[in-house]
Design a protein around this ligand. Structure first.
Ligand code: FES
Ligand SMILES: [Fe+2]
Length: 379
């Protein structure tokens, strides 16, 4: 946070505390339930966001050093992220150029990807280096049979890529806008990935993001877990293009005096269209939502916890393990369990629209951005 933005946040949060208010949009906003249930909408989202679009797929800490690699399922499309011998981050479609089998699974540190079907073998740069019974294929130049590369880039410790091999521009600069300075100051490129957990849920992928874009629900849904620590009022919303930031005030803010703001807030960055990064001062959490092909009612949720340094002792490991368990319990048992019921409620015919209140500007911004990107602004 720059001094100017800290001063601005303090002023705005203080004003809300004095008035008992929170940031407000000009008017409530209604969004058709079909945005969460329509297969046509999902087909457009898969094409525009998850096939052709720019996605934040994690932190540099996911593949910190050569020869580490991992596979990632992006809405049914398996990709490999790998750091080659020179430390360059590369991304490939996880599809063997012989007859299409995936060549890697999970994560690892092998220097070669050997296809489990017939043994074609690729190096960390994706080049085909061996194919058994070479004479069967010698007429086809090995150089043309490397793994299909995807455009990928790292910026301030975040990894961005597109699943469109033909896309040339994956610079996130323009998209991050005013959030770039904040994010750069977090030094995310120095973090350590403590763990990642993936779960499948019967809910639309956008409900995952909705969960995080307002503090309004804390007092009720999280009355015992989060409400004792974080205010559901006094939240401040900022956006830059499609990127947004929700700043929620911790209960300790009443003791701020002339001290720094950072210990008294939780900041949540929404990285359009499917990633939420929560900066918790002593660690970072990310939530990524991926739709299932063909089903608007199913999502994969990938949750990661990153800490500033690798835990060196059992007690440090236990500390982060407890943090991770708490995070998974609160979001899994409270937020996402409810979202699955919401998804079922969409099909009852109870209403044609859901309503985002004036006090939920983040949700309004998110869904306006989604619809604008899909060309559904008038819907
Ligand atoms: S499909 Fe990979 S070696 Fe045959
Ligand atoms: Fe929540």
């Amino acid at each position: 946070m720059t001094p100017d933005s800290e001063a601005d946040l303090i002023r705005r949060i203080r004003a809300h505390m004095a008035a008992g208010t929170t940031d407000m949009a000009p008017a409530p906003y209604e969004n058709p339930v079909a945005m969460y249930t329509s297969r046509d909408v999902l087909a457009q989202e898969l094409d525009i966001f998850f096939q052709k679009g720019l996605l934040c797929v994690g932190l540099s800490a996911d593949v910190p050093a050569s020869p580490e690699w991992l596979t990632h399922d992006i809405a049914g499309r398996s990709i490999i992220l790998v750091r080659d011998e020179r430390g360059v981050l590369r991304a490939f479609l996880n599809v063997c150029r012989h007859r299409g089998a995936p060549v890697a699974e999970g994560r690892g540190t092998f220097r070669r990807f050997t296809c489990p079907y017939h043994g074609w073998t690729y190096d960390l740069k994706g080049s085909l280096v061996a194919r058994p019974t070479e004479e069967g294929f010698a007429a086809i130049d090995k150089c043309e049979m490397g793994l299909t590369p995807l455009p990928v880039t790292e910026k301030n410790g975040l990894i961005f890529l597109s699943c469109d091999p033909k896309r040339t521009d994956v610079s996130p600069d323009e998209r991050l806008g005013g959030a770039a300075e904040d994010i750069a100051a977090f030094d995310l490129d120095t973090y350590y990935r403590f763990g990642t957990r993936t779960s499948g849920r019967r809910m639309n992928w956008k409900l995952v993001v909705d969960t995080f874009l307002e503090a309004y629900h804390l007092d009720k849904l999280h009355s015992k877990s989060l409400a004792p620590m974080i205010h559901s009022l006094f939240a401040v919303w900022d956006d830059w293009g499609v990127i947004g930031r929700l700043t929620a005030a911790r209960k300790s803010i009443s003791e701020i005096g002339d001290g720094p703001l950072a210990p008294h807030i939780t900041q949540l960055y929404f990285l359009f269209p499917n990633t939420v990064l929560i900066y918790q001062q002593d660690h970072v959490e990310t939530f990524q939502a991926f739709p299932k092909q063909g089903s608007p009612d199913e999502a994969d949720i990938v949750v990661s916890l990153y800490c500033p340094t690798k835990p060196e002792t059992d007690s440090e490991t236990r500390h982060w393990q407890n943090n991770f368990d708490l995070l998974m319990n609160v979001t899994g048992d409270e937020d996402f369990a409810l979202c699955e019921k919401i998804q079922r409620g969409f099909y009852t015919g109870a209403q044609s629209h859901v309503t985002y209140g004036r006090n939920e500007p983040g949700l309004q911004h998110y869904h306006r951005s989604i619809k604008a990107a899909l060309g559904l602004d008038g819907a």
